[in-house]
Design a protein around this ligand. Structure first.
Ligand code: LRH
Ligand code: MN
Ligand code: MN
Length: 400
């Protein structure tokens, strides 16, 4: 197909409308020297401060027009808690991106060895709740909508902890957090089957997250991190169910081959992303209105900026492919059980090269036609390496 126009006017309308409404949040931690738990390869251009993370996020947004918010991790980005809010506000102004979801850190304090929200020691549980409440406060002050809670609690060996007591403690902590939310705030409950706990994790799957969110109250929803599933699990079916129940809060997008690999979205299985986007675009009711798209990736080898831009562009392209699906026609074929025709329509859209059309959309909106190429020619990464190289050189990279 030579140009986007070649796909037809209706297709173009659908794709343009979809892209106009498409926003995805970048993670602050994606710009710093993160990597694997075995080690990190320090990059000269990686962000070394909250200001540099905002600068990078601002650049990604300028290049793509689709990433106006940056997720913050409380200890990594706001170690002084609410006292950091004035600085964040200034950075929002300066770099043209807003603070997005607030991610409490319930996994790094030494006190959390046996858990945070579900630690058998009531004093540690109080510490965890205090941190959650401070995170809510930071979100409130910044006018940010979501507090995204990832609970790393669990145990490593059978019989060493009471799974049932820990359910109750987790419920109590989430109830206290929910009670503190402002009228426009939500809390998102993220699940993950393993790591760092390797026998049982207190919030291990979407069923547990759903029950906990449901019990916590109406402002609690489920957060689906695409890397947090067992191999072969049907993620789009989980998405469809959560939409059906009006309980889908948002996504942490990334890709994986083996476990929670935090690779670039769509790098291993773009069809998986397409199928998720199809479910999202198939929902027209209020359940889909506030679903937050967020990236949660960590790049050990790729350049941080290149990876961020590549991810946003990939997300836009796959979203555009999902927008091509004529859902009315697909519905008719499904109802007639015309299986092959339905499948061909569906996967035909997946196989369509929408890149020329996405390029046209970018040009029509005054954006760089090729954001990755633009990043390269802009010299941004080289400049960043010059300005940050010395700071990065001596550093032993930490997760934050
Ligand atoms: C845990 C997780 C969670 C954390 C992020 C850094 O694996 O997905 O969302 O906040 O990684
Ligand atoms: Mn995540
Ligand atoms: Mn993860």
């Amino acid at each position: 197909m030579a140009s986007g126009q070649g796909l037809g006017n209706r297709a173009q309308e659908r794709v343009f409308a979809a892209l106009d409404g498409f926003r995805i949040e970048v993670p602050s931690w994606g710009f710093s020297n993160t990597g694997t738990r075995f080690g990190k390869f320090v990059q000269a251009a990686a962000a070394t401060s909250i200001e540099e993370k905002f600068a990078d996020a601002g650049e990604v947004n300028k290049l793509t027009g689709a990433a106006p918010t940056v997720a913050l991790h409380v200890l990594w980005d706001t170690p002084k808690g609410v006292k950091d809010v004035p600085q964040i506000r200034q950075l929002e102004e300066k770099y043209g991106v807003r603070a997005g979801s607030i991610n409490p850190n319930l996994f790094q304090d030494q006190a959390y060895k046996f858990g945070a929200m579900a630690n058998p020691d009531a004093d540690v549980r109080k510490l965890a709740i205090a941190h959650l409440l401070e995170s809510v406060e930071i979100g409130k002050e910044l006018g940010s909508k979501d507090v995204s809670i990832w609970d790393s609690d669990g145990s490593n060996y059978p019989g060493t902890q009471s799974i049932r007591k820990r359910i109750v403690w987790t419920e109590e902590a989430l109830a206290a957090t929910h009670a503190a939310l402002g009228p426009d705030q939500r809390m998102l409950v993220e699940y993950k089957p393993f790591e760092p706990a390797f026998y049982h994790t207190d919030i291990a799957d979407w069923g547990m997250a759903l029950m906990l969110a449901h019990k916590a109250g109406p402002k609690a929803k489920v957060l689906v991190d695409t890397g947090h599933h067992y191999q072969g699990q049907n993620i789009e079916q989980i998405v469809a169910w959560l939409l059906h129940m009006d309980m889908l809060g948002g996504f942490h997008f990334n890709d994986r081959k083996y476990a929670d690999d935090d690779l670039t979205l769509g790098s291993i299985d773009p069809y998986q992303v397409f199928r998720i986007f199809h479910e999202i675009l198939s929902e027209t009711g209020p359940a889909v209105k506030d679903v937050a798209f967020m990236i949660d990736q960590s790049h050990n080898l790729k350049g941080k900026m290149e990876a961020a831009v590549q991810t946003v562009v990939t997300a836009q392209e796959i979203y555009a492919r999902a927008a091509l699906v004529d859902r009315e026609q697909l519905g008719e074929l499904q109802d007639k059980c015309d299986l092959v025709a339905a499948e061909e329509l569906y996967r035909g859209c997946f196989w369509t090269d929408v890149r020329p059309m996405v390029r046209e959309w970018r040009e029509a909106r005054g954006l760089a036609a090729d954001p990755l190429a633009q990043l390269k020619t802009s010299g941004y990464v080289e400049e960043a390496a010059k300005a940050r190289g010395a700071k990065n050189a001596g550093s032993v990279a930490t997760y934050a």
